[in-house]
Ligand binder design. Structure first.
Ligand code: HEC
Ligand code: HEC
Length: 324
């Protein structure tokens, strides 16, 4: 109770819904931190619209068959419902596509954190042989041949089509894809009745009994760190994922090897696959049948967002821009 009123006071003190600095998106769904916008790539409505168009455009791939959305499909949680994805010529990668919802809040990108910014990240799939396999100079030529793109790049950057601006526009679009305001978020922000009894019990299992919160820490449910949880053929440290709208993003884990959330709960319950390097927090939990049901219910219903961005919709308040 003390804690809750403290956070309420902090909330009231916070300058709600106003951008106090030029380089944050402050109008985010309840439960999320402000989204940092890097110097040199301010959000504008024109740029976000351009980024959206680029994201859905298969011209970004060598044979014009694959867009970013081919692997990050809004209908499949901005991810894919298969373990791995197919790129040009049906070439397959080895990892489960990450959902790009709330990706603007990540401290590093990819399952192994190898990219630091969304601008830098976008260069990889465009050029990756098993994804879009596109040459950047060819991409510039192709887009510059389209008069509508030329106009949009002028509006967004007061300049020509360049590969760097392609990634800047896509990144600006991605920063608007936010979802939260789950029962869990409402509860944490003082709405005492937002979670029903089973959700509260499930959240107790999550944060106390099963210690999931050791790594999936409030509020975005990640510590932004890397751990070996025993998934995959060889020991490797993987970034702790954020956990929201999980029902939309099956299968789970970096290799897509766990098909359902029930499989995930069972996997943690047995302590993961024992091997050298396994994180010490992975241990058999001995959850009862009802504890598992409660945990599952929390993961599904307790973390279900109120407004989930679709293909066309601007995600709630997140469409707000901070252009000068
Ligand atoms: C052929 C499938 C495929 C295509 C096409 C593709 N991606 Fe991905 N994307 C993936 C996979 C797989 C991962 C995870 C890879 C990894 O972590 O090594 C990923 C990861 C990401 C991430 C990291 C998210 C995070 O939270 O760390 C972002 C952002 C992203 N993709 C954006 C894009 C953009 C933008 C495009 C288009 C320019 C694109 N992707 C095209 C499959 C694809
Ligand atoms: C030691 C830190 C740690 C603990 C403890 C932990 N997790 Fe995880 N969690 C991770 C990491 C790291 C991954 C990604 C693993 C991978 O893909 O190889 C992950 C993945 C997941 C995923 C899959 C998300 C996706 O998008 O694929 C879910 C769901 C999940 N954890 C839920 C839980 C639950 C429930 C608990 C408690 C029973 C828990 N985690 C405990 C670190 C942890």
């Amino acid at each position: 109770m003390v804690l809750r009123s403290l956070s309420l006071i902090l909330l009231l003190l916070a300058p709600l819904g106003r951008a106090t600095a030029d380089d944050f998106i402050s109008e985010v769904p309840l439960g999320l931190d402000w989204v940092r916008v890097p110097d040199g790539n301010p959000q504008t409505a024109a740029k976000v619209a351009l980024g959206r168009r680029l994201f859905f455009d298969p011209q970004l791939s060598r044979d014009k068959s694959i867009s970013c959305a081919s692997c990050h499909d809004p209908e499949q949680g901005w991810s894919l419902s298969t373990p791995v994805a197919k790129g040009v010529d049906g070439r397959t990668g080895e990892r489960n596509p990450l959902s790009i919802i709330n990706t603007g809040l990540q401290h590093s990108l990819f399952w192994d954190g190898r990219a630091k910014t969304l601008e830098e990240q976008a260069l990889e799939p465009i050029q990756n042989r098993v994804e879009m396999d596109m040459d950047l100079r060819e991409l510039e030529k192709r887009l510059a041949a389209d008069p509508a793109y030329v106009v949009q790049f002028q509006e967004s950057f007061a300049g020509d089509v360049t590969a760097e601006r392609v990634t800047q526009a896509i990144a600006a679009f991605e920063r608007t894809l936010l979802a939260a305001e789950t029962p869990y978020d409402l509860f944490r922000n003082g709405r005492a009745t937002a979670m029903d009894d089973q959700m509260s019990r499930g959240s107790g299992v999550f944060f106390s009994r099963a210690n999931c919160g050791d790594c999936h820490i409030a509020k975005v449910l990640t510590d932004h760190q890397f751990h070996d949880t025993g998934i995959g053929a060889s020991p490797q440290k993987i970034r702790t994922p954020m956990l929201r709208d999980l029902e939309r993003t099956a299968p789970y884990m970096h290799d897509g090897s766990l098909t359902t959330l029930r499989d995930v709960v069972d996997y943690y319950d047995r302590g993961g696959n024992r091997r050298d390097g396994l994180d010490v927090r992975m241990r058999p939990l001995g959850l009862s049948k009802s504890e598992k049901e409660d945990l599952l219910y929390f993961l599904e219903a307790g973390l279900r967002s109120r407004n989930y961005p679709g293909r066309e919709t601007d995600a709630g308040m997140a469409s707000a821009t901070n252009s000068p």
